[in-house]
Ligand binder design. Structure first.
Ligand SMILES: Nc1ncnc2c1ncn2[C@@H]1O[C@H](COP(=O)(O)OP(=O)(O)OP(=O)(O)O)[C@@H](O)[C@H]1O
Length: 274
């Protein structure tokens, strides 16, 4: 017999104390601080990325957008504050437990980090290296059959299964960015942090990549945060829009409520933490 949530088998209402999956943000950043010599970049940043949907991250050059995302995936060490992935703290953690918690977050970059001379399929398989023995990173021919099948499935999800055997260098920039997304899927990440994923793409390729990220976020339940420099793309594809100014959250709003005033203030704030 199936019992609907919040009901006992006898049909009486019971208090359901577990938060719904949607209620726990996939990524929750609180009071995040980071300085480089002579410069405070994050000055107590608060940011929530819900369990499903695409959040566009806007902000002037130097406002700390990349630094915030890089702190999540371990490319920068925060000075203080909290970063929770699926409710689990990662700041102050190390070793295997940190790697396990972080494995659910993947980052994709404007400058696409793929091995150009290797096949599309091998590059996607590389997303799984964190859970494979070291020898696989040296000899891709040893990628197990099940991993290759999983990578093919990831390529299906980004619409590039027919290019699996090509070397990456033969693909366009937009296609390469979709391969980078497939690699993140093969990592089994359900939080995807995209740092200016369309900045180097022509308008048609940018549209394809953002439609893909939006479909994965809305249709397949991924949490996606994408740094964008084009507010019109944020309005078109995002479920929420957040603004960073001087290392802090300036606003977190529905795209339809994003005003020209919000944007003017955001870009007038300029670089550096206040
Ligand atoms: N490793 C580093 N060492 C020193 N300064 C750094 C380092 N990384 C970033 N910064 C500085 O921190 C500030 C914020 O950089 P960050 O890349 O986070 O900004 P951003 O909002 O992503 O900007 P943009 O839109 O230009 O990419 C910049 O002034 C940058 O020069």
């Amino acid at each position: 017999m199936s019992v609907s949530p919040g009901r006992s088998a006898g049909g009486t209402a019971v208090a359901d104390r577990s938060p719904s999956p949607e209620a726990v943000p996939s990524l929750s950043i609180t009071g995040l601080r980071k300085s480089f010599p002579g410069r405070t970049v994050l000055a107590g940043l608060d940011l929530r990325i819900p369990a499903r949907g695409l959040v566009a991250v806007l902000g002037a050059n130097g406002s700390g957008k990349s630094t915030a995302l890089r702190c999540v995936v371990g490319l920068e060490q925060p000075d203080g504050g909290s970063i929770r992935l699926h409710g689990e703290e990662i700041v102050g953690l190390s070793g295997r437990e940190l790697a396990r918690r972080r494995s659910r977050a993947a980052m994709i970059f404007q400058k696409i980090h793929l091995v150009q001379r290797r096949s599309v399929l091998d590059n996607v398989c590389a997303g799984a290296l964190g859970r494979l023995p070291l020898r696989h990173s040296l000899v891709p021919a040893l990628f197990p059959r099940e991993l290759r099948d999983e990578a093919m499935e990831c390529l299906h999800r980004v619409g590039l299964a027919d290019r699996a055997g090509d070397t990456v260098g033969r693909l366009s920039g937009g296609q390469q960015q979709r391969v980078a997304v497939a690699r993140a899927l093969c990592q089994r990440a359900d939080v995807v942090l995209a740092d200016e994923p369309v900045a180097a793409l022509d308008p048609a390729a940018a549209t394809q990549v953002l439609e893909l990220l939006s479909d994965l976020a809305r249709g397949q339940g991924l949490a996606v945060a994408a740094v964008l420099h084009q507010p019109e793309l944020a309005r078109r594809y995002a479920d929420r829009v957040v603004g960073l100014a001087r290392g802090r959250l300036a606003f977190d709003t529905a795209p339809e409520h994003l005003s020209e005033r919000d944007l003017d203030d955001l870009y007038a704030a300029g670089e550096g933490a206040s």
